[in-house]
Design a binder for this molecule. Structure first.
Ligand SMILES: O=C(O)/C=C/C(=O)CC(=O)CC(=O)O
Ligand SMILES: [Ca+2]
Ligand SMILES: [Mg+2]
Length: 446
């Protein structure tokens, strides 16, 4: 795993004014995504300051040599998949060449400047074609708190500390930030009843997660040892695993969540690459009485397997929107508290020989920190709906109501204050049954 290099130098200065001191997209970030405009079909881009580099347009000038040039030639289609499946040496070379081209004094300034499109003129799309989506459960604080609500006698099951628990999710319903979230109908067992009823979920919730994209594919029947796993980690986004808690409580035993989590999963539009995250690597949080599992340990994972990614959840109700109030923060935490690392999730997923493909998406599982106010879901913040939250404007919430907008955002910040944004993922709740072609709402997207 690489050490910080010249692309991470905090003193780098770009010829693009808006990139310098940009809170999300300075020259040290260079996240990748797919966008479209009124005139242009979906195409690959890199966010820099308040602009987006149109990579198909950049490729027509063949500005880069060697691996970086080859990498750029894969970025002319409608998804990032042809690029992210390449070995990491290509993405590292591309990042270096792009970083140099954006620095003050670069001989490529005029060529790159020609490709810039304002972020205000684009609509973001899913960054890649997602073949499979797996949702993990890596926050021990979330697992313990939720376990207490669902299984008071047995909150943390004995397997938790031995392997990263997960379930196979539904890739077809992953959407990009800004898409409406329609309240799902489902079977629910009401209190003091023996028979379920079909109704719109009354316990609609969010889950604050990190999204993890797989890059270089791994072949079937070739388990990845933990030392190899990082080579398959392409990058991250923010992910909201919308969850209908009443549907979940009735359906989840014995096979786990099914319809309660398959109706929509929202992700932020930009993928922040593993290379950009190098300065924010940390030692994973140490947990006492963790059993030693040789296959899930490596010297690198022990020293640098963690990622200090700050996560924030905020809510804007319809009433707040109508009176022009800013969203209210519900919780803050960091992915550094996760019990299992990205490499452990990747390696474990392939243990039986399951293959991973470029563009596969992992959810980290809801990230809740050690303190109650760091909880990544309403289920935890309201203790299963028993303790409503009172918002600054006097409104109360147990679960989400129609018109509520949830905004999950992420960023990393260095000890000297350099910040890179991971992104924002927002979604607004609408009452059930949209009819064909769910419209967009004007949510915030980064
Ligand atoms: O049964 C439980 O303990 C809870 C399961 C989940 O909510 C599954 C899930 O989505 C995991 C997560 O996001 O951490
Ligand atoms: Ca989840
Ligand atoms: Mg989902």
């Amino acid at each position: 795993m690489a050490q910080p290099d010249e692309t991470h130098d905090e003193a780098l200065f770009s010829w693009l004014k808006s990139a310098n001191q940009h809170p999300d997209f300075p020259i040290q970030n260079l996240p990748m995504g797919v966008f479209k405009t009124r005139d242009l079909p979906p195409r690959c881009g890199v966010a820099i300051g308040d602009e987006i580099i149109d990579l198909a347009k950049l490729a027509t000038s063949s500005p880069f040599d060697g691996l970086a040039g080859e990498a750029l030639s894969t970025l002319t289609g409608k998804t990032l998949n042809p690029f992210i499946q390449l070995p990491r040496s290509y993405s590292a070379a591309f990042r270096l060449a792009l970083s140099r081209s954006l620095r003050a004094g670069s001989r490529l300034e005029a060529i790159v400047r020609e490709t810039l499109i304002s972020k205000h003129d684009v609509e973001m799309c899913l960054p890649c074609s997602i073949g499979d989506y797996t949702d993990f459960y890596t926050s021990i604080h979330h697992a313990t708190a939720v376990g207490k609500l669902f299984r008071p006698d047995n909150p943390l099951l004995p397997n938790y500390k031995w392997l990263p628990i997960g379930y196979h999710g539904r890739a077809s319903s992953v959407v990009v930030s800004g898409q409406q979230v329609y309240r799902p109908n489902g079977q629910v067992l009401r209190p003091n009843s023996n028979e379920p009823v079909m109704l719109p979920s009354e316990k609609l919730d969010y889950e604050a997660e990190l999204g993890i994209f797989i890059g270089c594919p791994s072949p079937q029947f070739s388990p990845l040892e933990i030392e190899q796993a990082e080579k398959h980690f392409f990058g991250v986004c923010m992910l909201n695993d919308w969850s209908a808690r009443d549907i979940q409580a009735w359906e989840y035993q014995p096979l786990g969540p099914f319809l309660s989590k398959n109706f929509v999963t929202s992700i932020s539009p930009w993928i922040v690459t593993a290379e950009a995250l190098i300065p924010f690597r940390v030692q994973p949080t140490k947990y006492s009485d963790r059993p030693y599992v040789a296959a899930l340990n490596s010297p690198f994972n022990t020293s640098n397997g963690g990622l200090d990614i700050q996560m924030r959840v905020s809510l804007r109700t319809a009433q707040m929107k109508a009176s022009n109030e800013a969203p209210v923060t519900l919780s803050k935490t960091s992915f550094k508290h996760a019990y299992w690392t990205v490499a452990q999730m990747i390696s474990h997923h392939t243990t039986t020989g399951c293959n991973l493909n470029a563009g596969d998406l992992f959810g980290s599982g809801t990230q809740s920190g050690p303190e109650p106010e760091e909880a990544g879901s309403l289920l935890e913040l309201t203790e299963g709906g028993k303790k409503p939250l009172t918002l600054p404007n006097g409104e109360q919430r147990t679960f989400l109501e129609d018109g509520d907008e949830i905004i999950l955002s992420g960023f990393c910040i260095s000890s000297s204050g350099l910040r890179i944004g991971i992104g924002n993922v927002s979604g607004q709740i609408a009452s059930t049954t949209p009819g064909p072609g769910a419209p967009m709402f004007s949510g915030q997207s980064l």
